[in-house]
Design a protein around this ligand. Structure first.
Ligand code: ZN
Length: 181
């Protein structure tokens, strides 16, 4: 989802204008004509995990928009003052209520069009008992052949899962960096 542009100054509340700032910056920014505050907009990180139990992967059915009712890996927006690993672990706990051990970093997906970077760690589940939070209708384990590919919420997730299963077949997990347009 593309973020809406900034409309009002976060400092004084006046309507902003999009123009080149006065400091030589070469990109148009939201500039406040009253207090001259320049509002910078930067990409957001989405952090999550690929939680595994035996040969099965944990997916969460979304209870929130966007993509209500579609399946995803546990993932969400990174918070300030946490590391990527901490954010991925927090989201896994919040969305699936799963007990797990965080594993190796697995994928970095640039989604430049919407200004996001998605980052996934592998995770080893320690129990098959889940207590999903309010953002999740259902948390369920899927074998590769049962993954609901047509019902996946995000391409970052399905493309990460495809690479995960491909690595698993070879027995060697590597780090994957790719772009989604
Ligand atoms: Zn202002």
């Amino acid at each position: 989802m593309k973020r809406p542009p900034i409309k009002h100054c976060r400092n004084c509340g006046h309507a902003v204008v999009y123009r080149l700032p006065d400091d030589g910056d070469t990109k148009e920014r939201a500039v406040c004509p009253v207090c001259n505050t320049v509002h910078y907009e930067n990409p957001l990180n989405v952090v999550g995990t690929i939680p595994v139990w035996g040969d099965k992967v944990l997916l969460c059915k979304r209870n929130i928009e966007p993509r209500f009712g579609k399946w995803t890996l546990p993932a969400g927006f990174m918070e300030l003052h946490e590391t990527v690993a901490e954010g991925a672990a927090r989201e896994t706990l919040e969305e699936a209520g799963a007990k797990f051990e965080l594993g190796e970093f697995f994928s970095l997906v640039n989604v430049a069009k919407v200004g996001q970077v998605h980052l996934f760690y592998r995770a080893q589940l320690l129990s098959e008992h889940f207590e999903p939070g309010f953002e999740t209708i259902e948390a369920r384990l899927f074998s590769e052949e049962d993954i609901p590919w047509d019902e996946m919420a995000f391409r970052t997730v399905s493309e990460t899962l495809k690479r995960y299963f491909a690595d698993r077949r070879t027995g060697v997990y590597s780090t994957h960096v790719f772009d989604i347009g």
